[in-house]
Design a protein around this ligand. Sequence first.
Ligand code: TXA
Ligand code: MG
Length: 325
Amino acid sequence: MTNLIAQAVATLRAGGLLALPTETVYGLAADAENEIAVRRIFAAKGRPVDHPLIVHLADGQQIDAWASEIPTAARLVAQAFWPGPLTMILPRSNKAAEAVTGGLATIGLRVPAHSVAQAVLREFGGGVAAPSANRFGRVSPTTADHVREELGTAVEMILDGGPCEVGVESTILDLSTDEPCILRPGAITAGQIEQVIGRALVAPEKNTTRCAGRLESHYAPRAAVELVTPSEVIPRAQALINQQKRVAVLCDATTEEIEQLLRACQARVLTIQFPQDPAACAQQLYSALRTADAFQVEVALVVPPPQVGLGIAVADRLQKAAGKG
Ligand code: TXA
Ligand code: MG
């Protein structure tokens, strides 16, 4: 791996694009101070240039160079949750290339925990701009193969760090105003953050910060996603099959329940196991949606996990995939 890390760092230094494993999802990385390299990220993803990128750092001390104001809450959050699946939005310094922040006065900063990401960041020394390594609007990649399928030759190097442990993108916490707020739910929950900063977070609806990820249908597979309860699965699947649709069911079912479903639908549905344990579900979410797409499913019926812990992030992504986010 040492050689690969050296090669990855050389790629970044040369202004190249690197697919980098993190504990959340794979990132499409470039030197955050290199304007041309950062612009290549937007081109490779097909991402509008006003969607800001997160800058990844090796450790929390480095935020002083990238943020212009650092409230006490930010220090506390950094200490409690970094390295880890959390991004902080803070007022920015002038260190990042203009393209990184898409014209905003703030910047997203994160210290990832994945050992491969850590090794690259430590060796590189600077900040690495990295959005999720998918085409714009599609689901994030959680394996190196997903990146290969989606971006292939658009990147100079893909570092394979195995399947991502968390499986959904980091929690985004906006600390750039007096009203701290979660812009995107993730593995670190509102409750955990409130405990550390000693005050309540503002409801996201009340926050006016522009966060592209919240504004449009995002995280979408090709299949239409419909959220259903367990008792709705069979009648809804039957109705869709009667309309000649190709249907997948993503649910946590016993073998017997799946057999019952297949019988009721004359084996004309694709069943994909979708655990009800929120953390396990988050880990498998994007792979499950990609499987549905690989089988050219038109409608994916999904039974979401309970909305606790990572279940909140899963529900958020599913609602976005269903176009209601
Ligand atoms: O887990 C993650 O956060 C992954 C890994 C690679 O670190 N990255 C990721 O990046 O999900 P991306 O670009 O796919 O999503 C970042 C989100 C976008 O919706 C973007 O609009 C928002 O963060 N964002 C970035 N900087 C911001 C800022 N200054 N203010 C508000 N939102 C910001
Ligand atoms: Mg993304």
